[in-house]
Write a protein of this length. Structure first.
Length: 244
């Protein structure tokens, strides 16, 4: 092996040794700060979802079904007269259960009849008519009505706005901490976000239903106010911290 080749090999070994890390040498400790952020956006609802049902119990299954189906047909005609479109109404829910009385002290059971339930869901796009939809429901014979669920057709956009506010809130908190401690705020390292279900503002719901049977003119007579919907998002973010 000539001298020039030996010199080259020695130089390569020297280079390899120089780039190999000391296994005992610790990596510099990473500094970070973890903060939470909250964001909220409020908006007026532009639609409502009404959930209701017709229930009937009878020893004669066909009679119970006929009664329930008749009420549903009557209400569908009333809803369409108020402006509901076919895609805004669903009557697919149906349940039939045999009911028994087990209170006989001698044991056994007594057949009471068949309990038939048809559920109805209506999307109301004119909030001024919510009272009218509920008034027509009670007139038609619907005997189970839930609280209206207020919604916004821009829910996704509003939720994203709340998320952006939460991110800015977290960043502002991290910057305050970094400035106060005299260090530089680095890039965000991790983010974990969660959104809450939209929350409607307060409204007189119980009074709304108590007056439903006697109200002649919908919302004004019932004292119903839609208020606003709140979209809320929270997140936890971790930011790197640099040297002072």
């Amino acid at each position: 092996m000539n001298a020039s080749l030996k010199s080259a090999m020695a130089l390569c070994l020297l280079c390899v040794g120089a780039v190999q890390a000391d296994p005992l040498e610790k990596a510099p400790e990473r500094r970070a700060v973890t903060v939470s952020g909250q964001g909220e956006v409020s908006a007026a609802p532009d639609r409502a979802r009404l959930s209701m049902a017709v229930e009937e119990t009878s020893p004669d299954l066909k009679a119970a079904q006929a009664k329930v189906n008749g009420v549903v047909r009557t209400y569908l005609a009333q809803a369409k007269a108020l402006g509901a479109k076919d895609e805004d109404v669903s009557t697919a829910g149906l349940s039939i259960n045999a009911e028994y009385d087990y209170s006989n002290p001698k044991g056994g059971r007594k057949f009471l009849g068949y309990h038939v339930t048809r559920s109805i869901e209506v999307v109301v796009r004119d909030l001024d008519k919510i009272g009218d939809y509920l008034q027509r429901a009670t007139d038609a014979g619907i005997n189970n009505v839930s609280n209206p669920q207020l919604e916004s057709s821009k829910a996704d956009e509003l939720q994203r706005q709340a998320l952006a506010k939460a991110a800015l809130d977290a960043q502002a908190k991290a910057r305050v901490l970094a400035d106060t401690l005299g260090v530089k705020l680095g890039a965000v390292h991790t983010i974990s976000a969660s959104s809450e279900a939209p929350q409607p503002g307060p409204q007189p719901r119980m009074a709304f239903y108590a007056k439903a049977a006697a109200a002649p003119e919908g919302n004004d007579q019932m004292g119903f106010a839609a208020g606003e919907i709140r979209f809320t998002t929270s997140l936890v973010a971790e930011f790197d911290l640099g040297a002072p």
